[in-house]
Ligand binder design. Sequence first.
Ligand SMILES: Nc1ncnc2c1ncn2[C@@H]1O[C@H](COP(=O)(O)OP(=O)(O)OP(=O)(O)O)[C@@H](O)[C@H]1O
Ligand SMILES: [Mg+2]
Length: 451
Amino acid sequence: MEEIGEIRESSTSSFVFRTEKEVRKHDYVRVDDILAQIWEIKHHSGGTFAYATIIGSTDRRYMPRSPFKVGTKVYRAEPEFAKKVLGIGNEGIYIGVIKDSTVRVHLSPDVLIQKHLCVLAKSGSGKSYTVGVIVEEFIKRELPVVIIDPHGEYTSLRRPNLDKQEMATMKRFGIKPKGYTKQVYEFSPVCSRNREAIPLYLDETNLSFQDLLNLLPNATPLQKGILYEAFKKAREKKIYMLKDIVEGIKEAKSNAKWHLLPQIEQIISMQLFSTSYTPLKEMVKKGRCSIINLRGVPPYIQEILVALLLNKIFEERKNGSIPPVLVVIEEAHRYAPERGQGKSFAGEIIRTIASEGRKFGVGLAIVSQRAARVDKNVLSQCNTHIILKTTNPNDLKAIVASVEGLDAKAAEEIQMLPVGVAIIAGLPLAAPIFVEIRPRETMHGGRLGRI
Ligand SMILES: Nc1ncnc2c1ncn2[C@@H]1O[C@H](COP(=O)(O)OP(=O)(O)OP(=O)(O)O)[C@@H](O)[C@H]1O
Ligand SMILES: [Mg+2]
């Protein structure tokens, strides 16, 4: 172990040491069996002093109960020791390296599926790029992923990353360009604009009353009553369709039906439903990454579609007919907005999956450039957080409030993060870490999608 200094001042949570060696901010250091991280360095006339915060020890139950003695030796932390204390595994999702080092950061895919993930940062700082890296790792393990993709930017996962600049850094990360043509499936309700996509139709057989309410969010209490009567009647058949509901509504005595009928007929005319619907088993399948390309779909229809699809995934997962799955929700502030920031038909099911999904193996990856506008209940259920550069004060406040282990110091750092560097916090880590996200194997579609 390389000795780098001696403690000059100490408390039970931090210490200051004098050093003559080259040290940098965020370096990990070791005292006895305790890991600490440098967060500030000062030069005085008396020498160079580094300020370190204690993270913990290999035996997590043990944190120092009294400060280190002045004069205690400080060593550079060996990567293996740092990884062990931080809780970074040797296998799992390879997301990048600890900043300014070659220490690879692996996250457990099980933790991501069972505990939910959020990726928060301002626009253009690398959220979708990072999600692309995670999705590549899921594909490699044949773990099912469904991506709600409002911009149609994830279809580039099929193609290898041939960006010259990025190819130059790949070697350092041990990455090679690769496309996942066979594994990536694209579904879209508007195939005229997304020509390579498989048409996305939903199954209209035996919709639940809640599904119907989701489809008709503007129904008045009276109309809901009529709808319920029609639903009860339709349900008497073993198999019923939307047209049976329409028949039931027509039979209602109340005049309120005349306002309800056009609403439901409009839904039918949108052609979201078909008897030749795409079975969910085809979307959520071992070895498959399904992109729900919503590019060109009006926002109101996007929300209905996301709500119905997520409901279906949750139901089928509960009865075990599909495997555990990671659902990526891009632009999550649109689909699960914070109260007072608009309403979305998908909000409720996203909240339900956020709070109960872990029991059933439905993991969420919540992605947003407006942390403050995402439902707090959803954010607070995310146990792993990937934070990239954020400058908006409201968003920073929301991030610091929802991520354990982040403080005012971290908030300052978040504002200065370069593109491609993230703070990863939460499970399974003992403390937030700075990670250089690895280059993508596949082409990044971020810019492509917006054209
Ligand atoms: N880890 C990285 N390595 C190299 N380049 C990166 C990395 N992360 C992001 N970039 C670059 O930054 C650009 C923006 O990234 P990205 O599209 O992921 O942003 P975003 O946060 O998803 O933005 P938006 O909110 O607008 O969707 C990318 O086109 C890419 O060139
Ligand atoms: Mg993006």
